[in-house]
Design a protein around this ligand. Structure first.
Ligand SMILES: Cc1cc2nc3c(=O)[nH]c(=O)nc-3n(C[C@H](O)[C@H](O)[C@H](O)COP(=O)(O)OP(=O)(O)OC[C@H]3O[C@@H](n4cnc5c(N)ncnc54)[C@H](O)[C@@H]3O)c2cc1C
Ligand code: FES
Length: 506
């Protein structure tokens, strides 16, 4: 997707004090900062990259209450009341994005449109009927079952229609939030890595450069928490997801959001783009995502992009050229709902937002609304549903499945390594090399220079794997990712891969 002009913010260069320090400038952090600044609180936002440089800059931005974990599952896990609150909060999030875009006059291509859930794989009509009934019980009374989606090129068969969903351009929206935060007295700092987050009165965030931000409250909105070592990471799992953007003739596909039912599922929408010198000339890009896998457990992104393109061309023969390909990280909670609220354990002044699944735009907006209420001491009916400390006993089998999978990754310590000698590593690639009892992450750059780091993930010490398409070291345990030189790209790791002479364990 094209990028919006978000101004560059400077890094933190001195010790500072605010009422709230928000770590992470994605949809969750920026919405929280915006609402708190509107409420008159002093806010500092820090991010180790630019605003929107995390997953929010990679999203396909279906803004929807059609939850990808399905209402019939949410009802089973959280009860009828829980499903009703889920529907209510996601619907409120769509409305809130629309209201903010309108109030702040943010030109972010916000558009209301219908969403269609169609069958795929071995799914049968009964799945849609089951979801229809559960959605109605959850209060989404205008959801209806149609015999066909509006697509001409793809005979989808029956489709569930969710009216009044939405889409937008996420970076243009964040740009508008950033302007409003600054206008309301908030401060935003980029290129500022939070190295340590400590509870207390005040709570403290220490940056990599050693500056301390003191605050009455800290909101950790880093997509996956970098302040929690274990608890949350046993309740959620990181997945890579893949997206292509293909040029299609304007008007050839009805504007709507589309999803199919398999796991992993496909997600589809249209984005208008301005091109060429004529400001009135609009093209359309068909955006299709899917092919998810657990982070660090496969290295076949090229094949996944190809499968995605084949799948797309079979259903949308009007596709011309594929112009964009990208991937991103999705954090899947074991019980389908995000974790938003007070950090589990003894922390009194630290709040988190994580576990956003494929509904992270609404979950991130819910985080803004809910955390603002918690920080300001206001009641909110969604507190229990999203409580990060909750234990959903009915999700035990999924919990065990994910954690057994993680436990299985530690056998990598006992394996030999990907290659026997550095000569086998070609320029632009990396490989794990065993040296005695140690494992090294060895990268040969495009100029042929070798870079060695410890292959031990600095979160909980799994061995990272090379991701050849994205050129990153990905951890198969909880999804931390590192650039070829070992710097953190995605948490929960907070420290870079260690020096080979002395591996840094956080
Ligand atoms: C390809 C793709 C498609 C998606 N499609 C949809 C969709 O259609 N609809 C939907 O609702 N959701 C979708 N999602 C999910 C959604 O985009 C994300 O869940 C959401 O954007 C996450 O927002 P966030 O604010 O939690 O995290 P992020 O946007 O990742 O923001 C977290 C920020 O924290 C910063 N950070 C991390 N660690 C530190 C540190 N130690 N110090 C300082 N800063 C730090 C990062 O730099 C980052 O900017 C999609 C995601 C992907 C990847
Ligand atoms: S992300 Fe947890 S061990 Fe690597």
């Amino acid at each position: 997707m094209d990028t919006a002009e978000i101004p560059e913010f400077p890094p933190v260069s001195q010790d500072m004090r605010a009422y709230v320090c928000v770590v992470g400038a994605g949809i969750a952090g920026m919405t929280t900062a915006y609402l708190l600044a509107r409420a008159g609180r002093s806010v500092i936002v820090i991010d180790d990259g630019p605003v929107g440089g995390g997953e929010t800059g990679r999203t396909t931005a279906h803004i929807t209450a059609a939850l990808d974990d399905r209402y019939y599952r949410i009802e089973k896990l959280h009860g009828e009341d829980g499903a009703r609150l889920a529907a209510e909060s996601h619907t409120a999030a769509i409305d809130r994005i629309e209201a903010i875009a309108s109030l702040e006059d943010i030109d972010c291509d916000f558009e209301r449109l219908d969403g269609y859930l169609v069958l795929g794989g071995k799914s049968q009509r009964e799945e849609l009927e089951r979801e229809l009934e559960a959605a109605h019980r959850a209060g989404l009374s205008d959801v209806e079952l149609l015999e066909q989606s509006p697509l001409d090129s793809w005979n989808t068969g029956p489709a569930l229609r969710f009216p009044r969903q939405a889409q937008f351009h996420p970076l243009k929206y964040l740009n508008g939030l950033a302007k409003a935060i600054v206008r309301d007295g908030g401060q935003i700092f980029s290129s500022t890595h939070a190295d340590k987050i400590e509870d207390g009165e005040p709570a403290k965030v220490t940056t990599r450069d050693g500056h301390v931000i003191s605050a009455d409250r800290v909101v950790v909105a880093t997509n996956t928490p970098v302040n929690d070592w274990v608890i949350l990471h046993t309740k959620q799992a990181a997945y890579r997801t893949f997206v292509i953007g293909a040029h299609v003739p304007r008007g050839s596909i009805p504007h709507a959001l589309y999803w199919d039912t398999p796991d992993p599922y496909h997600y589809i929408r249209i984005q208008e783009v301005h091109r060429g010198l004529d400001p009135d000339h609009l093209d359309e890009i068909l955006i299709v995502g899917g092919e998810d896998h657990k982070t660090g457990q496969e290295d076949d992104a090229e094949e996944r992009f190809e499968r995605l393109e084949t799948w797309t061309r079979e259903r949308f023969p009007m596709v011309k050229t594929v112009e964009f390909r990208w991937s991103g990280q999705i954090i899947e909670p074991v019980d389908g709902m995000a974790f938003i609220g007070k950090n589990p354990g003894t922390d009194e002044h630290i709040y988190i937002a994580t576990g956003d699944s494929g509904n992270g735009i609404t979950h991130g907006t819910i985080a803004g609304m809910l955390l603002t209420d918690l920080v300001l001491g206001r009641d909110n009916p969604w507190v229990k549903l999203y409580d990060p400390s909750r234990i959903t006993l009915r999700a035990t089998s999924q919990f065990l499945k994910e954690n057994l999978n993680v436990a299985g990754q530690y056998v990598d310590w006992a394996t030999k390594g990907d290659v026997d000698s550095y000569e086998e590593i070609t320029p632009g690639t990396g490989a794990i090399v065993g040296r005695g009892r140690r494992k090294l992450a060895v990268y040969r750059d495009d100029q042929g220079v070798i870079h060695e780091r410890s292959a031990v993930c600095t979160h909980l010490y799994c061995i990272v794997d090379w991701n050849s398409v994205e050129r990153t070291w990905d951890c198969p345990c909880h999804g931390s990712r590192f650039d070829p030189l070992g710097n953190v790209v995605n948490g929960p790791a907070i420290a870079p891969l260690g020096d080979v002479t002395k591996p840094a364990l956080r």
